[in-house]
Ligand binder design. Structure first.
Ligand code: FAD
Length: 561
């Protein structure tokens, strides 16, 4: 009797599911591989959808990365669109599948089952969410609906949209709707845009949005979506009563993992609500795997399991689960750092690992340094600043996270730091990294090095920075910029600062009281460090440098004038 081939059933045919299916085929040619997808399309580029709506990716077909036909022809997959897995019977090792087209159900047995059902956009339980013109964006059908609405509004004036939620997708939609001629209001419950990042780091994005005419309503929840007699959305009413007008409303309020199948099947659910998995992506049932937005991964900086809804981890996990299901072995999954990047018009912001906010929330001891430095040599045309924040463990110096914002080169620095974190690098390791350099690309001392040097100085007692938002009361504050610089951008919240330009400091020490706790400040922190070292070596009792200088302070402390 011939043994029947291994049957792998995969639930969800996009990022994680399609990766699992194709890897499984590359590792096991005889296997029967069935890909169930409840919607029409498989293997499409969710991440590209905002850019098709905005017209930056004009050709819709480019988003259909691998069609059903391609997957069948090249990988001999049994692709079943409009087929929803509605139940798992772990004893019988079968999945009940509903054919969406005709409502019929059938049972499908499996040897290995891979769950990659993703997540669903959060829709708040409030009035107006079903009004015409209110959308979430998760799949091609959503994208087509939004695009059709945007296209059909060409002759409407004014074209007004409200985006609710200033996370990654919300910001991408804001940018693209502005490109399409909309007046856009962005409403966010938290007091800042991009809530995963530390507040002072997103100030340049805020300025960028305002400069592009986006209305920002931060720190204010929504009460309801308003609509007219014909059921068309007319805007959003906020908790404080403000009404934001818009006929197009995008809900970008985060996602909830699709775990109901797993929960009903009795699979273990983790601390943050995702399906628990081991290092081979197996759930509490070793014949069932889970990957993508529905599962939990080990978060690198803490070693704890958590949900991380990003495409990179989903694709990599899918690949490993596909291999393990097909062969019984694979490499273990690497911890995930939650590395993410977003473009907001001419600015880019990126994050990896822990923010200071997240570290405080988790009770993890962390220090940070922030540098503001050119993305390439200052003397080479086109140099623009990157603000780079490096977060590390106070004792060991192990890198725990990083954030960056700027016009250019942000992604490169965050990827370097995410890579370093994968190898458990310390700030000392970073200071010795041999990075590519020529004037059009970087500096001999890259912003990554500069941040590492600052952190090493802290660890070695060769420097002491205080956070940009520190209370400066009680310090003898010495602003070492030139009077012209200070006149242009005074130090926020510190009228008592003594002005002594750094190049005059050595000769004017007698104007200062060496016994007082002294804080030096410059434009971005570099001259401040020079002044700090000079004062320390001149016998000053206690000297600190303001992190990121007056520039970062302006972002961290709102001006009262
Ligand atoms: P998905 O790729 O969503 O696939 C899940 C599929 O499962 C869906 O097609 C769903 O219909 C199907 N399904 C669900 N339940 C069932 C069932 N019971 N039976 C059958 N099928 C089912 N991430 C980034 O890292 N960078 C980005 O720039 C980025 N941009 C994004 C932009 C947008 C607009 C969106 C929506 C997401 C973006 N993401 C981005 C997130 C990224 O797309 C997701 O993290 C990733 O797709 C998750 O993969 P997944 O396989 O878990 O889920």
């Amino acid at each position: 009797m011939t043994k029947s081939p291994l049957r792998i059933v995969i639930v969800g045919g996009v990022a994680g599911g399609a990766s699992a299916a194709t890897r499984a085929r590359r590792c096991n040619e005889p296997a029967e591989i069935i890909l169930l997808e409840k919607d029409e399309f498989v293997s499409f580029a969710n991440c590209g959808m905002p850019y098709h709506i905005g017209g930056e990716i004009p050709d819709r077909s480019k988003l259909l990365v691998a069609t059903k036909e391609l997957l069948e022809r090249r990988f001999r997959l049994d692709v079943r669109p409009r087929s929803e897995a509605i139940r798992i019977d772990r004893v019988a090792k079968s999945v009940t599948v509903k054919n969406i087209a005709d409502g019929t159900e059938y049972s499908l047995t499996y040897d290995k089952l891979i769950l990659s059902p993703g997540a669903s956009p959060f829709v708040p339980p409030m009035e107006g969410t079903t009004a015409k013109g209110v959308f979430t964006l998760r799949n091609i059908a959503d994208m087509d609906r939004i695009r059709a609405t945007v296209d059909s509004s060409e002759s409407v004036t004014p074209k007004q949209a409200v985006v609710i939620g200033a996370g990654f997708i919300g910001l991408e939609m804001v940018e693209q709707l502005v490109h399409r001629g909309y007046q856009v209001a962005l409403a966010e419950l938290m007091p800042q845009i991009l809530p995963p990042m530390d507040p002072e780091m997103v100030a340049p994005l805020r300025e960028e949005l305002l400069a592009k005419g986006v209305r920002l309503e931060l720190g204010n929840g929504i009460r309801q979506i308003t609509s007219d007699a014909s059921g068309c959305a007319t805007g959003v009413e906020l908790q404080n009563g403000t009404h934001l007008a818009g006929s197009l409303i995008i809900l970008g309020m985060g996602v909830r993992p699709n775990t109901h199948l797993a929960i009903d099947a009795g699979l273990q659910i983790g601390r943050t609500g995702g399906i628990s998995t081991n290092q081979f992506l197996q759930t509490s049932d070793p014949d069932i795997y889970a990957v993508g937005d529905a599962c939990e991964y080990v978060f690198g900086p803490t070693g704890e399991s958590m949900r991380i809804a990003l495409a990179g981890p989903a694709n990599r996990a899918g690949r490993l689960a596909g291999e393990h299901a097909a062969t019984g072995h694979s490499a273990a999954t690497a911890p995930v750092m939650g590395t993410a990047v977003v473009r907001v018009f001419d600015q880019t912001a990126a994050i990896t690992g822990l923010s200071m906010k997240a570290a405080a929330r988790a009770g993890i001891p962390a220090e940070s340094v922030t540098v503001i430095a050119g993305q390439h040599a200052g003397y080479f045309p086109g140099a623009t600043p990157i603000t780079l924040k490096l977060i590390y463990a106070p004792e060991s110096g192990r890198v725990l996270g990083a954030q960056a914002v700027g016009k250019d080169g942000v992604d490169k620095r965050i990827d370097v730091l995410a890579t370093a974190m994968a190898f458990r690098a310390t700030v000392r390791d970073l200071s010795g990294l041999d990075l590519a350099y020529a004037p059009p690309y970087g500096s001999a001392k890259d912003p990554v090095h500069q941040a590492a040097f600052t952190a090493c100085n802290q660890l070695d007692g060769l420097g002491h920075v205080v956070p940009a938002d520190a209370d400066l009361f009680g310090y003898q504050v010495v602003d070492v910029r030139t009077p012209a610089e200070i006149a242009k951008a005074p130090l926020t919240g510190c009228p008592q600062a003594i002005t002594i330009p750094v190049d005059e400091l050595r000769d004017r020490l007698n104007e200062l009281d060496a016994s007082k706790p002294t804080l030096v400040c410059c434009g971005v922190g570099i001259r401040g460090h020079v002044a700090e070292r000079l004062l320390v070596q001149s016998g000053f009792a206690s000297v600190s440098n303001l992190s990121g200088g007056a520039t970062l302070r302006r972002r961290a402390v709102p001006s009262t004038s």
